[in-house]
Design a protein around this ligand. Structure first.
Ligand SMILES: [Zn+2]
Length: 453
């Protein structure tokens, strides 16, 4: 499920704010410890002048960030590197536990005793598997998703609602995962030699359907989705959409502040369900210029067809994953299949091994995935700057994003761990764009800050 969640959220641009303080006037000092500053005036070095220099302007923006905020953001984000590694190792440990103690084989045998039709046996196995892995992973998930998020001031949910969302996620996984498991195991049993090709295609179809129904049917399970009807906000956004040939009639809003302080906007869906969504944190804290800069970035994803391109990239990733599975499953089962009481690739008891092998593949692929996504994000940044012409609004957004994403990493660090360009690189891109378009900012309006209304 983690993979699916990652897939569905790749096209998002997020930032973080504290909703409690967000209701205060924008000029007020940060009330939350994790909050990045709202720059109400363009720094002098970033004002249009004959000596405008992109690097100097970028550094002037960076200088707006207090050292404590940078230290906190770095600690949060760098901790995330370890979480990537520990998530992988924890998952491997859980899978090995199920295999070595033959719990997986026991789940399969129990399912066979209870019911005869094989799809139902698969469904029953899936229920036991999901329940066991959810329980075994619970301490780790509780720490990373609840305790740590609260420690860094990102989460707004108390334990009850958080557990409620976990429960909904479990039920969704039970239904969707159950369907996928039944179809895939059915295929493997019928097509002994070519299952990996058909399996990859079925997985892709499932992924496309999930992306299509996601914004309309899946997201509302967790969060309230409404049409945004403040013409002051929607007017400029829809105008921007029309100017860019986007047939959008609505802008959507989600009440993300119920769960998190992160500010975000995204493009989701496919075909008829494709839409642009802002979350309420962005609406409350972002200036008009900032919101327009972020929305233009999201429109870049739309115009540049990033969702279909991402799916095509995934087709390759999934086909290679199935080819790897075909080879590695045979190899592993020849060695340990008997000891783990797994009868073959068509036996549901093989599932922990499948998950283990896919997570090894996914883990090794992390830098490649991040780099593919990051280059799309970079394209959307360039598109957004040209469309919105709000380099200072964009710089402000990059600073707000810094609340949970390290602002100035090393080049290799960014390549491996960043699925969006770093804050520093985003501000620099904005200032580089501004330097080449200084004539747009001549006159008294140029004194207006990125947060000026
Ligand atoms: Zn984006």
């Amino acid at each position: 499920m983690r993979w699916l969640v990652c897939t569905l959220s790749v096209l998002t641009m997020c930032a973080t704010v504290s909703p409690a303080s967000a209701r205060q006037p924008q000029a007020s000092p940060p009330a939350s410890v994790n909050q990045m500053p709202t720059v109400t005036k363009v720094p002098t070095a970033a004002l249009p002048s004959p000596t405008f220099d992109a690097t100097t302007a970028t550094n002037a923006y960076m200088a707006q960030i207090p050292a404590a905020a940078t230290a906190r953001s770095d600690a949060y984000f760098e901790g995330g590197y370890w979480i990537v590694g520990w998530t992988f190792l924890y998952g491997v440990a859980v899978a090995l536990l199920l295999l070595f103690f033959r719990w997986s084989a026991a789940f399969r045998s129990l399912a066979e005793r209870i019911t005869r039709p094989r799809p139902l046996q698969t469904g029953l196995y899936w229920f036991q598997y999901l329940a066991a892995t959810t329980l075994l992973s619970a301490p780790f998930v509780f720490y990373t998703d609840y305790v740590r998020e609260h420690q860094y001031g990102m989460a707004t949910q108390s334990l009850g609602p958080w557990l409620g969302d976990q429960g909904k996620g479990f039920l969704l996984g039970l239904v969707l995962g159950g369907i996928v498991a039944m179809v895939l195991f059915g295929l493997v049993r019928r097509l002994a030699r070519t299952w990996w090709i058909w399996g990859a295609l079925v997985t892709m179809v499932f992924l496309i359907v999930t992306v299509m129904i996601g914004p309309v049917y899946l997201q509302p399970i967790f969060i309230k989705v409404t049409r945004l009807d403040d013409p002051k906000v929607t007017g400029p956004i829809l105008s921007l959409a029309r100017a860019n040939g986007i047939p959008a009639r609505d802008v959507w809003e989600i009440d993300a502040s119920r769960q998190t302080t992160r500010m975000s906007a995204n493009v989701s869906g496919l075909g008829n369900t494709l839409r642009i969504t802002l979350n309420d944190n962005l609406l409350r804290r972002g200036s008009q210029e900032e919101i327009q800069a972020v929305m233009a970035h999201e429109m870049g994803h739309y115009v540049l067809n990033h969702v279909p391109k991402m799916l095509m990239f995934f087709l390759i990733v999934v086909v290679v994953a199935f080819a790897w599975l075909r080879w590695s499953l045979t190899w592993c089962l020849a060695r340990w299949g008997a000891r783990w009481q797994i009868r073959g690739v068509g036996d549901t008891a093989v599932l922990p091994l499948v998950v283990l092998l896919v997570s090894v593949y996914g883990f090794l692929l992390t830098p490649l995935m991040n780099t593919f996504i990051r280059s799309q994000e970079c394209e959307a940044d360039m598109y957004g700057l040209n469309a919105a012409r709000q380099p200072d609004g964009f710089a402000q957004a990059a600073i707000h994003l810094g609340e949970y994403r390290k602002m100035h990493p090393g080049a290799i660090e960014e390549w491996i761990f960043f699925d969006h360009p770093s804050g520093y690189n985003r501000i620099f891109a904005a200032m580089r764009w501004k330097k080449e378009n200084l004539q747009l900012f001549a006159g008294p309006a140029s004194q207006k800050g990125p947060a000026g209304n």
